[in-house]
Design a protein around this ligand. Structure first.
Ligand SMILES: [Zn+2]
Length: 267
């Protein structure tokens, strides 16, 4: 499926001159594109922003994972319901299950950084197919009613100009044919960057950080929601957001992230 999704190209213009590819080719000559991870110049036929040889290096979760926190497990371990990486969260994440495309390291880490901090929006379209695959494989797609992107605080979103979670959630919602509920959760205070804090501080930092926007309050009741974010470290943010949705009447919350961070190893 990933191949099918990622292999999508525009229509073939056999036997005639395609004005769009002509313009695209000229632009490539004038403004050569480069792989956002390796910096290798990309050829005119390479439509992705990531070189294929780099993308192949991404270490994916596959069939060995913790259903509770999404962490990748050793090859052949299979599915576990609790792992050493989520042991700290004895009370859970307020989510039925969490999926992660892979660990926050190597190529996936570089892609998340490019998307979040370097304004490389097109990375979302590289990552989304992997996320979609997971959401189908794990059975979330048929169990959820709507997709909710993890919000940024308004000031942070204004500074960044976009919300990377929304960029991933949008193609995901489309692929699973579920509505994307924008403006559902509000991050009503500017929390300190989670990456700058210890595990205990992360929990305190997000405590009470979310509220449900009034316009969405009546539609949440009884719904099963899929919360989407780019990176999960301890899970404190996901837990707080899921808890807020459930307090607002959601029946259940699943979560899907691109990368499950190894605590202490994130940037
Ligand atoms: Zn776990």
């Amino acid at each position: 499926m990933i191949g099918a999704l990622m292999g999508k190209r525009g229509p073939a213009y056999e036997g005639c001159l395609n004005p769009f590819s002509l313009v695209g080719g000229l632009l490539d000559l004038l403004l050569p594109r480069h792989c956002v991870v390796s910096g290798r110049p990309l050829g005119p036929d390479e439509t992705s922003c990531v070189a294929p040889e780099i993308l192949r290096q991404a270490v994916l979760t596959g069939q060995d994972y913790c259903s509770r926190c999404g962490a990748r497990q050793g090859e052949g371990v299979g599915v576990v319901e609790r792992c050493s990486r989520c042991e700290e969260f004895k009370e859970g994440f307020s989510c039925s299950e969490i999926s992660a495309v892979g660990d926050y390291e190597g190529v996936l880490r570089e892609l998340c950084i490019a998307l979040k901090f370097h304004g490389e929006h097109q990375v979302a379209h590289v990552l989304a197919p992997y996320m979609i695959q997971q959401v189908f494989d794990r059975g979330f797609a048929r169990r959820v009613d709507a997709v909710v992107a993890m919000p940024l605080h308004a000031l942070r979103q204004w500074k960044r100009g976009y919300n990377q979670a929304e960029l991933i959630a949008s193609p995901l919602a489309k692929a699973i044919e579920k509505p994307l509920w924008l403006h559902t959760l509000k991050r009503h205070r500017g929390t300190q960057k989670q990456s700058e804090l210890s595990a205990a501080q992360r929990k305190a930092n997000v405590d009470g950080a979310f509220e449900i926007r009034a316009r969405r309050a009546s539609s949440i009741e009884g719904k099963t929601l899929l919360l989407v974010d780019d990176v999960m470290t301890t899970g404190a943010t996901i837990k707080e957001a899921a808890l807020t949705l459930k307090r607002g009447g959601a029946k259940a919350v699943f979560a899907a992230v691109v990368a499950r961070s190894i605590v202490g190893a994130d940037s």
